[in-house]
Write a protein that binds this ligand. Structure first.
Ligand code: FMN
Length: 248
């Protein structure tokens, strides 16, 4: 006698209520991509007057603009340390509004003591993961870059990746790390031609592609089963009952 085919849901605990709410291709296709130019916010982690991370941020801005993006750079001068004042501080409001406006971001940090700078981290620390239904970073694309005084290293970009994950961003695979940055920019602050510059072009191109593919779908992308379950158990149970899916 043929053995009964086991259901793929057999033995799955606590999945019943929302199982059929798992995002479908139809739900994704129903979201039309926006018509405006892709919006990018660039953050960099230095307050120095001649700052190579700022120069690199400007190179990324020029490239993204040349590729059709609408780009803003946030300057951290005057931004208080996290929690040193309230979030209605004008610099904090400026930063939060830019992040909400953005569809993609570039974070450029100097490497300092083998990590991103405090200036870089303080900016992200002022961005709440969510405030009511507003999620300033979630679902946005992110490219990470670093400048160093020493030989090439990936300490800062690795930390920025962890931070991007924490802020629920789509961090693209490519990245830029500029060693001995003082050698790579001319007096006017422009990056010299060469493989390190080409890499920055590659990163911006990849960021643009991922942003075009994912923007307008942040809500869809960050929608999580476990959070729906927490937020609206009654509605999800009703959906389950409606389709005859027994509660486990
Ligand atoms: C306190 C301090 C620590 C630093 N630590 C590192 C480091 O760990 N690795 C490195 O390659 N460069 C290090 N540097 C050099 C900076 O990364 C370099 O000066 C960089 O250009 C600073 O960024 P900015 O030009 O955007 O201000 C350090 C510099 C300072 C002042």
């Amino acid at each position: 006698m043929d053995k009964p085919t086991p259901s793929f849901t057999d033995g799955m605990p606590n999945l019943s209520e929302a199982h059929f709410e798992v995002p479908t291709a139809e739900r994704m296709a129903a979201t039309a991509p926006p018509a405006h130019a892709p919006r990018f916010l660039i953050l960099y982690g230095s307050l120095r007057e001649r700052s190579f991370s700022r120069f690199l941020a400007y190179e990324a801005a020029r490239l993204l603009e040349a590729m059709g993006g609408d780009v803003r750079i946030f300057h951290a001068d005057g931004l208080p340390l996290p929690d040193d004042t309230t979030a209605d501080h004008p610099k904090v409001q400026e930063l939060r509004n830019l992040s909400i406006w953005s569809e993609g971001q570039v974070w450029v940090s100097p490497e300092r003591h083998g990590n991103m700078t405090g200036v870089m981290k303080a900016q992200v620390d002022w961005l709440p993961l969510s405030e009511g239904s507003v999620r300033p970073t979630q679902g946005r694309t992110l490219a990470v870059m670093q400048v160093s005084g020493g030989s090439q290293s990936f300490n800062a970009v690795n930390s920025l990746r962890v931070l991007g994950r924490w802020m629920r961003m789509i961090t693209i695979p490519n990245q830029s790390s500029v060693p001995m940055a003082y050698k790579e920019f001319d007096d006017a602050g422009r990056m010299k031609p060469g493989p390190l510059y080409d890499r920055v072009v590659d990163v911006c191109e990849e960021l643009m592609k991922f942003t075009l593919l994912t923007r307008g779908r942040a809500d869809y992308l960050v929608d999580r089963y476990s959070e729906r379950k927490e937020r609206e158990p009654a509605r999800l149970q009703a959906v389950a009952a409606d389709i005859g899916f027994a509660k486990r």
